[in-house]
Design a binder for this molecule. Structure first.
Ligand code: 13P
Length: 230
């Protein structure tokens, strides 16, 4: 059996940082990470302050589990990890501004270039469905098509990553963008960047390994480490 203790410890740490960074609170939120033969997921309704690595639940893609009762949202974690082979981590939280927009079923448009960190010109809002249901998972997968994040109608947000660090970073970015958008809306609907400009932004992010678009071959052609060979 593979030793997953390091992954479990990191999950506890990331969950606590979800709360301390202000993007989650109370019993909300959940986190999953792909493992050798399925995925690890946070247990349901256990406050992160008291959660230990041993409380993390091991699940298979067939829905069977070992340990405590898994997060009520195991279906969307399972379905995302099954459908999106490039993704290793699924993070869900009820951050305030993202949820504020989700309560109005608003999609985040390209009002700010950073919308591109989720991989496209918008961050969509998934249609509402009861928490813990297959319908919610189905809606989330549609909203996440070609994206690394989405809002969940009258619920919260989901951010994806290749690493826990990247998923946590993205969830904070989605929350910051949501806050900016809510504030921008107070002056009226803001103008948006064109699809052509957003394509340039996304390419620039890729080239510069900006945020969650790491490309080991990518370089910023104006900057290089001082001791690099010329
Ligand atoms: P769990 O504690 O079951 O993971 O539920 C929290 C939540 O955010 C439901 O959407």
């Amino acid at each position: 059996m593979t030793d997953d203790s390091a992954l479990r410890r990191e999950m506890v740490d990331v969950c606590r940082r979800m709360n301390s960074s202000g993007i989650n609170q109370g019993n909300a939120g959940n986190l999953s990470v792909r493992s050798s033969d399925g995925f690890l997921i946070t247990p349901s309704s256990l406050p992160y302050e008291t959660m230990t690595p041993e409380d993390i639940v091991e699940m298979g893609f067939d829905g069977t589990y070992v340990g405590r009762r898994p997060s009520s949202e195991w279906r969307f974690h399972r379905d995302i990890l099954r459908e999106r082979q490039e993704i290793e981590v699924v993070l869900h939280c009820h951050s305030l501004y993202a949820t504020t927009l989700a309560c109005h079923h608003k999609t985040i448009p390209s009002f700010h270039y950073m919308t591109g960190v989720a991989g496209g010109t918008t961050i969509r809002c998934a249609g509402y469905a009861t928490f813990g249901t297959q319908a919610l998972s189905d809606n989330a997968l549609v909203a996440l098509k070609d994206r690394l994040a989405c809002l969940l109608g009258q619920h919260g947000q989901i951010s994806l990553g290749k690493t826990m660090e990247a998923a946590l970073w993205l969830a904070n970015e989605v929350e910051t963008l949501s806050r900016m958008y809510v504030q921008a809306l107070s002056l009226g609907e803001p103008p948006v960047l064109s699809d052509e400009e957003m394509a340039r932004v996304i390419e620039q992010m890729r080239k510069m390994s900006y945020g969650q678009a790491p490309d080991p071959e990518g370089t910023n052609d104006l900057a290089r480490p001082r001791d690099a060979a010329v």
